[in-house]
Design a protein around this ligand. Structure first.
Ligand SMILES: Cc1ncc(C[n+]2csc(CCOP(=O)(O)OP(=O)(O)O)c2C)c(N)n1
Ligand code: SF4
Length: 347
């Protein structure tokens, strides 16, 4: 039962999605920019996909980022820690016509919600999952999370963490997820593009947003987002385009043997023809996994849509099965059911 949505003329604006609640995030927190981008893109999504204002639902777990539903003028649920995936999946399964958005931090998603994270990725309900990755627990004041870099000193790792961090993209792809994208809180234009592509993708769209917690992990993404370093450390992927980056697009990514490698155009006879062309739609996870893993200083971080593979959604499978059972079942109503099988009359 693939959901068919006809584009319609709905004049929604950013104002329709702004709530009257006081936003309590710290000044300078990356969450503010993400909120603005979501408010800006919802009217576009509504127009393109035929959603009305009341069709949008925003659900979250617990954390600074998870206060998001209060700040959106939509239906929403501020859930419990690590469990927004269960809420989002349940909502979408029950009413597949809704546009469901999940907000979750790296602690909420990767620690207490780790199990739910991998299972939503493989089950593939058509929900949009925004993962705010500030590589720390913000709300509980700076404990390390499963994405905190190894060796980083935090409130709960005074000698530096001993643990190897998760990379969310590797987890999504490893769990056979079909859509993974990455954005940065310093680039609203890219965020909006990626959020729109996530909405248009029929299936679980997981978007990692590199978000700065100005209080407890300031500048953790500075190499990728810093004004002076970003050109060399951001590869903005576009489907069908060569993977070029650098201030003047003078660098690129090639496949050498089984590994990706950074090269410079013009050096050792390298031309644009040698550079890998991005294909997010192939089911083969090999290059997508390598792109998701890339990180400075050896590589730029891959931004944009890394993987977007078409596949049946959970709700399509479930509702198709319900329809099938209705067709083939001998029971057409409750009386049929009660009178079926062996019946006895008691004198
Ligand atoms: C069951 C349970 N365990 C622990 C907590 C405490 N707690 C609240 S938020 C949080 C972590 C939030 O970090 P993250 O998900 O990274 O979000 P951020 O605040 O950084 O946006 C924790 C451990 C809780 N609320 N409930
Ligand atoms: S503690 Fe960090 S994540 Fe939380 S609102 Fe403040 S800056 Fe944002």
């Amino acid at each position: 039962m693939e959901q068919k949505i006809e584009p319609q003329e709905i004049q929604l604006s950013k104002k329709d999605f702004e709530s009257d609640q006081m936003v309590k995030w710290c000044p300078g927190c990356g969450d503010h920019a993400i909120l603005k981008s979501v408010e800006n893109v919802f009217p576009v999504i509504g127009e393109k996909m035929g959603y009305k204002k009341e069709d949008f639902v925003v659900v979250s777990g617990i954390g600074c980022s998870s206060r998001f539903p209060y700040y959106m003028n939509t239906y929403g649920i501020h859930g419990i820690h690590g469990r927004p995936a269960a809420l989002a999946m349940g909502i979408k399964l029950t009413n597949p016509k809704l546009s469901v958005w999940m907000i979750s931090g790296d602690g909420d998603s990767m620690a207490i919600g780790g199990n739910h994270f991998i299972h939503i990725a493989r089950r593939n309900p058509d929900v949009n999952y925004l993962l705010f990755n500030n590589k720390i627990y913000g709300l509980t004041k700076g404990q390390y999370s499963p994405t905190t870099p190894k060796g980083q000193k935090t409130k709960t790792s005074p000698q530096g963490t001993f643990e190897t961090p998760f990379n969310p993209g590797e987890l999504v792809i490893g769990a056979r997820g079909k859509f993974f994208a990455r954005a940065v809180d310093t680039n609203p234009k890219l965020m909006q593009q990626v959020f729109l592509e996530a909405a248009l993708h029929h299936g679980t769209s997981i978007v990692e947003i590199l978000q700065n917690c100005v209080i407890f992990n300031n500048k953790i993404h500075a190499l990728i987002t810093g004004r002076d370093t970003k050109d060399d450390n951001q590869l903005i992927l576009e489907a069908g385009k060569p993977m070029l980056f650098g201030k003047n697009k003078e660098k690129g990514i090639i496949l050498e043997g089984t590994r990706l490698k950074v090269v410079k155009l013009g050096e050792n006879g390298i031309t644009e023809k040698d550079i890998l062309v991005h294909d997010p739609t192939t089911d083969d996870a090999g290059i997508h996994m390598m792109l998701a893993s890339m990180a400075p200083p050896e590589f730029p971080a891959a931004l944009g849509v890394i993987r977007a593979v078409k596949s049946e959604t959970l709700e399509d499978a479930v509702w198709n099965s319900v329809e099938h059972e209705k067709q083939v079942s001998p029971y057409k109503n409750v009386d049929d059911l009660l009178n079926s099988g062996n019946t006895w009359e008691i004198d």
